[in-house]
Design a protein around this ligand. Structure first.
Ligand code: A2P
Length: 343
């Protein structure tokens, strides 16, 4: 791979949506991973322009995206919603900047790379033309990281996934809603519903994003379409996506059918060896991944690996990851790291 950006001691990096749940984590991860930043540019809407954010123990003033001139910015990490990305990502790209976009706006565009660095880094080549790279949906990212090493051993034919998704996937206001409703219910008050389609505290909602004509939700279509774009178009995928009252960390029950036999032990060994994955799978010690432990960590955690006795060549997996980190901010920063690497 030829380099994407010329080698420099530091890059001008814009974070669009810097006041949001993912934007804040992008800033933290850039600092944690010592990303070479010569100038950090936090951007948001006019609502929070003028407020300050912290980066590497220094305060920076948030600027208004609408009036910001992107000329001279090397990399922009966008996490400010689909309509913002649709409007502004092309403007940044035309100004010569590489955009890593966390929204769903560009993911399925056939000229746009949809990248998980552990799975399909070669897809980044597409970005040389239009400079926009899409970060997949949080639930898709953690699933394909775990499926790829298995698919490399024995091709996958079919995937059936049910998700248990944390509220942070819906942003800062959704985090506040779970906290507020929990307090209200514990204090004998009725829960005020603002963000989700129903009460989320002490409940489970089998709807994420809006419904499509076929009865699936948009989130379910994202998982299906994105998994096939990232891995292989002929893998059959079906999904049920569910919101649960967890703050951070998505969990997934995944049933995988392979073209021929792959034993649970072979799968366990392959996953234990794979980049970005930790296997925690000890039924005798009642040890398995959980969002309470995955939150705040970088790996994709896999456990409950076992044969599906009901169907040939099939395994069950339980996959957990921090949806704001590997599911969003970390994946975006890893893509940015490839953009500045000399390979
Ligand atoms: P703002 O603070 O100005 O509303 P979250 O996903 O946690 O809800 O955060 C959304 C992020 O996207 C926030 O930083 C928010 O900024 C930003 N944002 C939302 N709409 C726009 C917009 N039209 N232009 C720029 N930033 C936006």
């Amino acid at each position: 791979m030829d380099e994407f950006l010329p080698q420099k001691d530091g890059y001008r990096v814009a974070v669009v949506g810097a006041t949001g749940a993912v934007g804040q984590t992008m800033l933290e991860i850039l600092a944690e991973r010592n990303f070479p930043v010569s100038e950090i540019i936090p951007l948001a809407s006019s609502r929070s322009a003028g407020s300050t954010i912290e980066f590497r123990k220094r305060e920076y003033t948030v600027q208004d995206l609408a009036t910001f001139d992107p000329k001279g910015v090397d990399i922009a990490l966008f996490s400010a919603g689909g309509s913002t990305s649709l409007e502004y990502a092309p403007r940044f790209a035309e100004a010569g900047c590489y955009v890593v976009d966390n929204s769903s706006a560009w993911r399925m565009h056939e000229d746009v790379a949809l990248v998980v660095p552990e799975v399909n880094p070669h897809a980044l080549e597409l970005a040389r033309q239009n400079r926009i790279i899409a970060n997949p949906n949080c639930s898709t990212i953690q699933m394909v990281v775990a499926l790829k090493p298995l698919h490399d051993l024995v091709p996958i034919k079919r995937v059936v996934v049910s998700t248990y998704q944390a509220v942070s996937g819906a942003g800062g206001k959704a985090i506040d809603e779970l906290a507020r409703q929990t307090g209200q219910l514990l204090n004998g008050q009725s829960a005020e519903v603002k963000v989700f389609p129903a009460r989320i505290a002490f409940n489970v909602i089998p709807q994420i994003d809006v419904f499509m004509d076929d009865g699936y939700t948009k989130e379910e279509h994202k998982m299906i379409d994105e998994t096939r774009k990232i891995m292989e178009a002929d893998i059959a995928v079906t999904a049920t996506t569910v919101r649960v009252p967890v703050f951070y960390g998505h969990s997934e029950s995944v049933n995988v059918t392979f073209e021929s036999e792959l034993t649970a032990e072979q799968a366990r060994l392959a996953l234990a060896d794979a980049a970005g994955i930790c296997v925690v799978d000890d039924p005798s010690g009642e040890d398995y991944p959980m969002p309470s432990e995955a939150a705040g960590t970088d790996p994709v955690w896999v456990g409950r690996i076992r044969n599906d006795y009901s169907f040939q060549n099939s395994l069950h997996l339980w996959i957990v990851a921090d949806n704001v980190r590997k599911g969003a901010a970390l994946n975006a920063v890893q893509i940015a790291e490839i953009l500045i690497s000399r390979t």
